[in-house]
Write a protein that binds this ligand. Sequence first.
Ligand SMILES: C[S@@+](CC[C@H](N)C(=O)[O-])C[C@H]1O[C@@H](n2cnc3c(N)ncnc32)[C@H](O)[C@@H]1O
Length: 337
Amino acid sequence: MARNNSPLHGFIVSGSGLEQSKTIHSQTSMAETDEFWDFFWETRLLPMETLGKREAILAASRMIRSLAQKTARPLRILELGCGEGQIMGTLLDAHAQLCDVHASVGIDVDRQALSHCRRAYPGVRWVEGDFTDRELLLGLGKFDILLLVNALHEVFSEGYSPELGEVDVPEAKQRVEQALAAAAGCLAPGGCLILFDGLEPPGDPFQRLRIHFLSDQARDEFELFARQYRPFRIVARQIEYPQSVELSRRDFTRYITKSIFISKPLWETERFESYQYYSEVEFREVFARRGLEILELATLTVNGEKWRSRVEVEPSDAEFPQEHILILARAASGAVT
Ligand SMILES: C[S@@+](CC[C@H](N)C(=O)[O-])C[C@H]1O[C@@H](n2cnc3c(N)ncnc32)[C@H](O)[C@@H]1O
């Protein structure tokens, strides 16, 4: 790998001002306990603001360490929709001793992102291609860790229908399920899939919520969101001009998930993508149908603090949506792929 190969490298933070009280003085005496790794990731992921990636990386790191104890050879990792390689690269940097870096693969359709990957992590195989292409995946072989991080929602969003003016939901869900099935076919026996993505939260999607914007900027950004978000029409009723609107819980979830991107350069791509596609129940059903046994599942809210600085919600007991999901799964014997 191009950068710090040893996990101990990230521990040497003495004098950095980050975590002085936790400075570790000896590289050699440090056993690789859970505490060691908690601290390693705490320091390593500090600059990574995107909390979603953080959760996915932590889960993958735990899984790599656990699988490595059961597997005699180094682990092969595959990431579908690897983007600029932040996740794969970070994991391979940390676990270079446990992974077969050269046999690990990242796939993406975005050529520019792959150029970045190749520069930052030259040891890894970066493949330009469509990960929903079953033939392409079949040619890659089998992997011990399969990462699908913030990727399947893009497959869902590709199901936008100009005729409907929205995503064709049944068709788009079918695309996601087929992509997941093709991905599952890449798992080696005993291999593990780590999925992190948006979630259609539980609760009545048509519950009416009143949203009070805490600043003019938050209100203006909501208006921009409602005008420009493409996957679904957003219907909001002005109730107290100019600071409050009423909308469905479903639309609120879509807004709040996207709110951190509005007015930023990323909005130009984010506005075409719906993070929400399956509910937790649907994820469980699809995984079961495709022979994937769920080992761990967590639903979470990402960036709640930032959101709470933008809006207040009524009724006041309305929960901020758990709009992300993390699933660790393995191929059950006889998996249907
Ligand atoms: C939101 S980014 C996530 C990148 C990376 N997984 C991460 O979390 O840092 C999603 C990536 O998936 C890629 N992508 C979406 N659909 C794809 C497909 N069908 N085949 C290959 N790449 C795809 C996009 O180009 C984009 O780079």
